[in-house]
Structure formats: C-alpha cells, structure tokens
Design a protein around this ligand. Structure first.
Ligand code: DLL
Length: 433
C-alpha cells in the first residue's frame, strides 16, 4: 500500500496544482518586487512588472537567476525578508567559488521539513521506523533537512551524521535501523564495510535507503540494493531552494516527483535559455513559490535532466524529473566530445566493478587525455599481468562505444581509492589546476 504524508496535495488533480501555482506565483512575484531590490532591478531591466505575471503561463517573461547572481548579491542581496525574521542559514560546501548562503524563516524550515517527510513516507516510513541519518549535519542541508522530516513522520531518529563508519554500522545493527539516509557513495561504502564484517543482506535490518546529493546510476542502485537488502530511493534538492526534498522518488522508482505546490520546474536550453517542451533534455530551472527568506525565481540549477507528466502508478500527480545526468558544469569536454561522469560509471558497473573510480583528465602536447582509474573488486583481484591487460581492454572498448572516445583504463588494487563519506569526488581535471 502506497503511503503519503499529505495525500490531498500529493495526489491533487492537475487543475488544482495549476491553480495553486498560479496563485502563489502571482503573490511571490509581488513579494520579491517589493522586498528584493536586486531582483526588482533585473525585472525592470527586462521591462517586466508584477502586473505582467497573471499565471504560470507568464513565467517565461521573468529574468533568470544564476549562481553568479548569488555571488554578486552575497550575502544579503537576495534576502526577501527582514533579517530578524530569519532563524537559520545553511550553506553549500563551496567547492567552486564563493559559498552559497541560504536563509530560512521558520515557515521556510517547516515547508522544507514537510518535503523531506513526504520523501520518507514515500518509502513506506511511519512512526514505527528507525531512521538513521548519515548525511553531514551542520552547514550542509542533508542532515538537518532529513532530520526534520524524520521527526515530522515520527520515526525514531538517529542523527549519526557522516563518518565513523564502524560506529554507523553498530547503530544500524543495535538499534535495528530500518531507513538509512546518506549519499549513494557513502551507502556503497557502508555496504562494502558491512560485507567485510560478515553481514549479508538478510542480517541487515534496513529496508529502505534515501540517497541523493550527487548523481548516481541505475547500476549503482542495483548494487546497493543487493548488498544492503533494501529498496534504494533517490532524493534531489539544492541549498538555494531549501535542501533535500525538492523532489523524491516513490515506490515506482521511475523518476522523482517534484513538490509542485512549492516549486515550479521548467526545462530550458542552457545556451539559448528557451523553454523546451515536456520530455526534452535540458537545464532544470526552479521557481520557489512559497519561500519567504530566500525566494529564488527562475533559478538555473545547471542540472541536466528531463521532466514527465505521465501518470505514475503510485497515485501522486506531481511532475517527475529523471535522474539528473550530471551538472552542465560537471560535463567534461574531451577532445571536443561531451562526457558525463555518469556515463563512465555505467560502463564500469555493467562490467562488474563497484563505483570506486576516479577520472583524471589532463592535456598533454595540446591533446586532452582521459584516464579512468578503477578498483578491482576483491573477487577479481589478481597480479596476473595478462589478465589485468585483458580486463582493461574490455573497459577501453566499453568506454569507446559509450563515449565515442578512446580512454586509458588503469585497474588498481581494491581499497586504493579513497572512500567518500559525503559527496564523492570523481573527477580530477588537471587542465584547470
Ligand atoms: O546536495 C541537497 C541534498 C542533500 C539533496 C541530501 C539530496 C540529499 P547542494 O549541496 O546545494 O544540496 O547541492 C545541490 O547536488 O544541484 C545537483 O547537482 C546535486 N544533486 C542533489 N541531489 C541529487 C540527486 C544538496 N538525487 C546539487 N541526483 C544539485 C543527482 C543531485 N544530483
């Protein structure tokens, strides 16, 4: 039986959702015009006023916001309310450029946690569950968001945060955790360590995992599900919009439902910024229609994916987004060919490897080089040079047919690639160093 946290809205008719969006959008644009001089100026430059926005059909008239705007307006320039109404900030890890600092009123926190509660309930979670949260706590949104959602559902919440893997496993086993929340790469590592400790899928009390914050492939999902004996659900979100829970997977595991009563999604061509028809692949753009403190309008996520409004077997009516293929800024251009790390991951996992790999890109004699270092699993480990060369050749061929590009593949010993406790670092682009 499918469970919902807020059935009435999660399964509302398309007409109801549209009406809610129309109403909230008109109000939000007015709110931003009145309270965010930075965005008002952008609207004025485009010759748009709040009167031009009567429904979601007018959304296209509004200017976009990008990470660059966030940098320019840092830290307070995009605040939509008085600072005294804000109760929290969260921030991104800031691997590229200035950190993003997002502000929240209590209302914003409540709606964010509700979105996370919807995600937990969609995995079958109830107040009888024990939910271990192994996303980082602190400035990163993963821990705090799912912690709040887990409380709302009434689960017994174990706030382990990330790291200290053996202690994580002790809590899972001793407190019989049933739901695990962490990044997919950390879930894979937890699975690997549990196997080493002699726990098989039937010994592990977990039944569901809520994994997101980074791109992961279907192949990786199958691996994690088999090792931990669970059903693995994807969850998507970003700090600028609140954090995890902007979209979440249901029992159908066929894309993530976007919480459309809070966020309007569009797909645009990243070059021309033209809105693309449903089903096209492009950059995901979001308008947060309910947030007070940090009201993002037409925010360009850089995530590349597709949307579908096809009926979902779970009964939810909100639009679904496919697994993001990657970020347009993660896309590597190698000898003119566009390469997403997720494509490389698919080839490796389809050939029996685990997701322990690193992609090293360089430029030698004016030519780009692509070196994929991948760990052998303990089962395939050998020091027979001929066997290793054969295995490498199979992967080189697989990558050639996936990418249309010749890569170098280096097989390395099990456990030689550093494990990640949060978002995995898969790519080292020496051309940028
Ligand atoms: O990663 C929020 C989050 C926490 C989501 C926990 C899910 C679970 P940021 O650190 O701001 O926020 O990073 C946001 O991460 O634009 C995507 O590129 C990527 N991302 C997030 N979820 C997914 C996912 C959190 N399920 C950026 N699949 C986003 C692929 C994801 N990429």
């Amino acid at each position: 039986m499918e469970r919902y946290y807020q059935e009435e809205i999660e399964c509302a008719s398309r007409e109801t959702i549209r009406n809610i969006q129309n109403e909230k959008l008109v109000k939000q644009v007015r709110h931003v015009w009145d309270n965010v001089p930075y965005y008002r100026k952008k609207m004025e430059e485009k010759g748009v006023t709040p009167d031009d926005i009567q429904s979601i059909d007018d959304l296209y008239k509004l200017p976009f916001l990008s990470k660059n705007d966030l940098r320019t307006a840092y830290p307070y320039g995009l605040l939509g309310t008085d600072l005294k109404n804000c109760v929290r900030i969260q921030s991104t890890s800031g691997t590229t450029g200035k950190r993003v600092v997002a502000f929240y009123t209590q209302h914003d926190i409540d709606l964010w946690e509700e979105c996370c509660a919807r995600a937990i309930t969609a995995t079958g979670g109830t107040n009888e569950d024990v939910c271990q949260i192994s996303y980082g706590y602190g400035l990163f949104t993963g821990g705090p968001g799912l912690n709040g959602g887990s409380h709302k559902v009434g689960c017994l919440t174990i706030p382990t945060s990330s790291g200290n893997t053996d202690r994580q496993i002790m809590f899972i086993m001793d407190l019989q955790a049933t739901i695990l929340c962490c990044t997919p790469s950390y879930a894979a590592y937890l699975g690997e360590r549990m196997k080493e400790l002699g726990y098989g899928p039937d010994d592990i009390p977990l039944k569901a995992g809520i994994f997101g914050a980074e791109a992961w492939s279907e192949e990786m999902r199958r691996d994690i599900e088999a090792t931990l004996g669970i059903k693995a659900y994807d969850i998507y979100g970003l700090t600028e919009l609140s954090g995890p829970g902007v979209a979440f997977e249901c029992s159908a595991q066929q894309g993530m439902h976007i919480n459309e009563d809070h966020f309007i999604a569009e797909i645009v061509d990243p070059d021309t910024l033209e809105v693309l028809p449903e089903g096209s692949e492009g950059e995901l753009v979001f308008t947060a229609i309910d947030k007070e403190a940090f009201p993002m309008i037409r925010y360009r996520t850089r995530d590349i994916c597709r949307l579908t409004r096809e009926k979902c077997s779970c009964g939810r009516t909100h639009v679904r987004m496919a697994k993001p293929k990657g970020r347009s800024d993660d896309m590597l251009i190698i000898r003119g060919v566009n390469v997403f790390p997720s494509q490389i991951e698919t080839v490796l996992l389809n050939n029996g490897y685990a997701a322990n790999y690193q992609i090293i890109v360089d430029r030698v004699n004016n030519t780009d080089t692509l070196d994929v270092q991948v760990e052998m699993t303990p089962e395939m480990f050998t020091d027979n040079v001929g066997e290793i060369a054969d295995r490498q050749r199979v992967l080189v061929d697989g990558l050639k047919s996936m990418l249309g590009l010749k890569a170098k593949v280096t097989l390395v010993a099990p456990k030689s690639i550093t494990r990640s406790e949060g978002k995995a670092v898969r790519v080292i682009d020496k051309r940028k160093i």
